[in-house]
Design a protein around this ligand. Sequence first.
Ligand SMILES: [Fe+2]
Length: 231
Amino acid sequence: MTGKYERVRGVVDAIAGLLRACCGEGGATAKAAQRMLDRLATTELTPGAFADLPPQSPGLHRALLNEAIEHMQAPGLLALQQALMAAVDDLVWAEDQMKYYAPDANVGAGYRTGNLHTLLIGPGACGFEHADFTLGFFLLHPRTLYRDHAHPAPETYVNLSPRSGWRFGEGDWRDLGPGSLVFNPPMAPHATRSYAQPFFSVFSWLKDIGEPCVVLPRDDWTEIEQALPDL
Ligand SMILES: [Fe+2]
């Protein structure tokens, strides 16, 4: 019989396994993966360090979370998919109630009502405590624009969805596939969008996590949000 610690630890280990596989790809992907593994190495993952918080259901987001996990079909993601299916009801799922932004930040209704995350590692995480490193999962509802923003923390995403849209700085939108890594250096502007399926990813802030995100206004948000049903 596997206990809660083993199940949550299994998710962290599956993420580490995915990152180690990414290290074999070389280039920017390997570098981003290694950065996360280096921070993971500073985290105590023993049973004694397990936070063991009471679980919190994804609530209204349950069906979309299940859909996102079911769509983790790429071969490299199957171990993580299995580990997450086993542990999903052990985790504390929460909406970002502007914890990561100033209360009046112009994040848009899409983000406000359509985001969900859980912290495996970090301050107050349901897995393992760390003062200056976060690791978790992040979900955005389908057809949602997560507006352009930036933050002092260097950030890595591991995309788990079949298709996710990204824009970096002044660049054009581009789609990334499952298992792809995104590294956002400190204060580098980035935006994300989802299509017919929810956006789902592993996210990590590597350090300097105390400072909030800032929204970076662009004049095409309304246009993008209106176009999302057809993309
Ligand atoms: Fe970010």
